[in-house]
Design a protein. Structure first.
Length: 185
């Protein structure tokens, strides 16, 4: 098994375990805090993940962040925009991949917190050291899942797992994110 497959498998197992804990606890808690999705929403989160590219030998671990906002079309469908990024500093050089994407979130159950999301947009791959920055712009896509664990009527703690891919001048780069967001509905 390649290092990439091993790291992704470990992140996926962790995300499933975290989601299972949240889902089981949230099911009981949901009786007093119903899932209400209407109007504006915003989510801000952070976590960790790994970066890989077509020319990379190994995947690199680093920090990730996301911010997304939009509106609810129904109890099951939300539209918005998302900014997702991975970054790591090594030997004075900061490497970053980011994407700004239109986002669709779908909740299979109108009363549940589980969702899947996907979107397309633009991305950037960047290396910087001091005043020198080298970057390449390209296309970007996101595919992910999460669970809104309601802790108040308009507030959730949302564990998430995302995969973000980009194409930069014909070369592919990608990162995954496993983290926790704070979501206001």
């Amino acid at each position: 098994m390649s290092m990439h497959a091993h790291v992704f498998r470990q992140l996926l197992i962790g995300a499933i375990a975290v989601s299972a804990v949240f889902v089981s606890g949230a099911h009981l808690y949901a009786q007093s805090k119903p899932q209400v999705r209407e109007g504006f929403w915003i989510t801000v989160g952070a976590g960790g993940g790994t970066f890989g590219c077509d020319d990379c030998d190994d995947r690199e671990g680093g920090g990730t962040a996301q911010i997304a906002l939009g509106g609810s079309l129904s109890q099951r469908l939300q539209l918005g925009a998302s900014i997702n990024a991975w970054s790591k500093e090594t030997d004075g050089v900061t490497f970053t991949q980011s994407g700004v994407m239109a986002l669709v979130k779908f909740y299979p159950s109108a009363t549940g917190g589980f969702f899947v999301q996907g979107g397309l947009g633009v991305g950037r791959l960047e290396a910087s050291s001091g005043r020198i920055t080298v970057s390449e712009d390209g296309g970007s896509a996101i595919l992910g899942l999460g669970y809104d664990w309601r802790v108040a009527r308009n507030f959730s703690i949302t564990p998430f797992l995302n995969g973000v891919a980009g194409s930069f001048d014909g070369n592919g780069a990608n990162f995954n994110q496993l983290g926790i967001s704070l979501t206001w509905h």
